[in-house]
Structure formats: C-alpha cells, structure tokens
Design a protein around this ligand. Structure first.
Ligand code: NAP
Length: 274
C-alpha cells in the first residue's frame, strides 16, 4: 500500500462532505495513520465519529488556527502520541460574509485580516510549529481555488487570500526543500461543502463548471482525495511548489467551448438553464 507506515495530521474536516475527508479516506485506504483536529468543543462531536471511522479515535485534538497556543499544544500532543509525522493536510479557509458579497472595494480591513490570518498565515504557522516533528521526506498539502488565479464572481476576499496562499505554497516549498520537505497545493474545482455554502451563487458556479469543463462534470471529494494522496505519498517525490488543478480541466478554458443542441445545431451561448 502506497501510504503504509506513514503518519500525518489532517486539519479541516467539518463533516464527510469536506475535501479533507476525501483526502483522509484515500490516505487511509493506502495504509496511512492520521490525527484529526476540530475547531472548538461544539464541533468536536462532528469530527470524533470521522476519526473513529479511520481508526484514529485516540488522535483527535482541538485546534483553532487563529490561536497560536492551540497550534503549539497540537504539536505537543502529536509529539507525545505519534512521534514523528510524514504529512500535513491544511484544508482550512474562512472569510467573514462581508468579504464574499458586494463591491470588492468595500471589504473592511478587519475582514481582510481575518481571512488572511485563518486562510493563509495558518499554513505558515502550522508548518513552523510542526516542523520539528516532520520526517526528512515529509509532504505538506493545502487547498486552493481558481478564484486565486482569475476573477470569479463573489469569491472576492477569498480570491485574494487564495492568491496569497498559492505564493505561500511556493515560498514554503523553496524554504523547506533544503530539508527534503515538499509543499504543494491542489486547486480543486467547486464542490458543495459547508465552506462553499458561504460563496454567493455557488449553485450557478457548479452548473457553469459542469457545462464548460473539458470533462463535462464536477469533481468529487474522492477524486480530489486520490490526487491529494498522490501528492502526500512518495509517488510525487520530485513534485514541490505545485498548484495542481483537480477541476475536470476547467482551468485550461479561455472561452466556453461550442455547445450543440440535441439536433447537432450549434448554440451561441449557454444561459445557465441547461
Ligand atoms: P469545509 O468542509 O467547510 O472545510 C473547511 C474547514 O475549515 C472546516 O473544517 C472548518 O472548521 C475549518 N476552519 C475554519 N476556520 C478555522 C479555524 N479558525 N481553525 C481551524 N479550522 C478552521 O469546506 P471545504 O470545501 O472542504 O474546504 C476545505 C478547503 O478547500 C478550504 O481551504 C477551501 O477554500 C478549499 N476549497 C474548496 C472548494 C470548494 O468548492 N468546496 C474548492 C477549492 C478549494 P468548522 O467547519 O469546524 O468551522
């Protein structure tokens, strides 16, 4: 099995629809042992059954990444319970609602700082704190979205945060490369999760991607999970600093492809109804 003997920590499982759940499932199927974190006590009950499903009921820890003490405590717990680790999944993002709606220039500074702290700086801080536990060929994975590379309606503040996260991935990859540690990001296509529910017109995004992606479908959490497992495994030992698109090919499109109706007649434009 590809992940046999590997130990890792997964931050960002909210439920079994989470992208991190798909990644953890793929890693478990390939023999990995994992620790899981939850944001606060009221969310603990959502994560515990998932940890149990993966045989990790003894490795469940609180961690609000906006609290530096939580990350330090997580390091101590992992050191005590797991020793060294081989991988980290950072699947966390947050932006206040006023950063995901309305005019871009109206974004309050306080919301900007919160989004950057939780969605970007947390990767740097988690990596720095857990580095003493990381094996020399450890692999780190974070999650981004196309809205960090190109304009996407309503993605607003999160787009800027994802752009910063993607560059953070590259700078970390260079910095940790000398230690043999790899850092990559998956840019996933839209998936209906709790976090996605905060993005305006998300259902339209799903329909649009499905209609215009070369594969003519939306990506699933298990497909992102399999690609994530590859990036966390030794199969990708020469891959670092990558923003790897797992989006049914949507990102290659410069313009919607020609759409034909059932009679083979070319349609001029897609209006979202089909
Ligand atoms: P999700 O299931 O809601 O996961 C987001 C996670 O972030 C949740 O577990 C949430 O915890 C956690 N989180 C938020 N603030 C936190 C904090 N201060 N400390 C610790 N954890 C915190 O949604 P998801 O779609 O799988 O999102 C995972 C990642 O994938 C995010 O980075 C997202 O931007 C990215 N992504 C998503 C899509 C998509 O279409 N869904 C596409 C591309 C990339 P609680 O739920 O407990 O608050």
């Amino acid at each position: 099995m590809i992940m046999q003997g590997k130990k890792g920590v997964v931050l960002g499982i909210a439920n079994n629809k989470s992208i991190a759940y798909g990644i953890a499932k793929a890693c478990k199927e390939q023999g990995a042992t994992m620790a899981f974190t939850y944001l606060n006590d009221s969310l603990k009950k959502r994560v515990e059954p998932i940890a149990k499903e993966f045989g990790s009921q003894d490795f469940v820890y609180p961690c609000d990444v906006s609290n530096p003490n939580d990350i330090k405590t997580l390091k101590e717990s992992l050191e005590k319970d797991m020793g060294e680790i081989d991988f980290i999944v950072h699947s966390i993002a947050f932006a206040p609602k006023d950063g995901l709606i309305g005019r871009f220039y109206d974004i309050p500074k306080s919301s900007f700082n919160i989004a950057m702290d939780i969605s970007v700086y947390s990767l740097i801080e988690v990596v720095r704190e857990l580095k003493p536990l990381m094996n020399s060929n450890a692999s780190i994975l974070t999650l981004t979205y196309y809205g960090g590379a190109k304009y996407i309606p309503n993605y607003n503040l999160m787009g800027v945060a994802k752009a910063a996260l993607e560059m953070t991935t590259k700078y970390l990859a260079e910095d940790l490369g000398r230690d043999g540690i790899r850092v990559n990001a998956i840019s996933a296509g839209p998936i209906k999760t709790l976090a996605a529910a905060g993005i305006g017109e998300f259902r339209f995004m799903l329909k649009w991607n499905e209609a215009h992606a070369p594969l003519k479908k939306n990506v699933t959490t298990s497909e992102v999970g399999n690609s994530g497992m590859y990036l966390l495994s030794n199969l990708s030992s020469a891959v670092t600093g990558e923003i790897h698109y797992v989006d049914c090919g949507y990102n290659i499109m410069g313009m919607p492809a020609t759409i034909f109706d059932e009679n083979g007649k070319q349609k001029i434009a897609w209006n979202g109804d089909n």
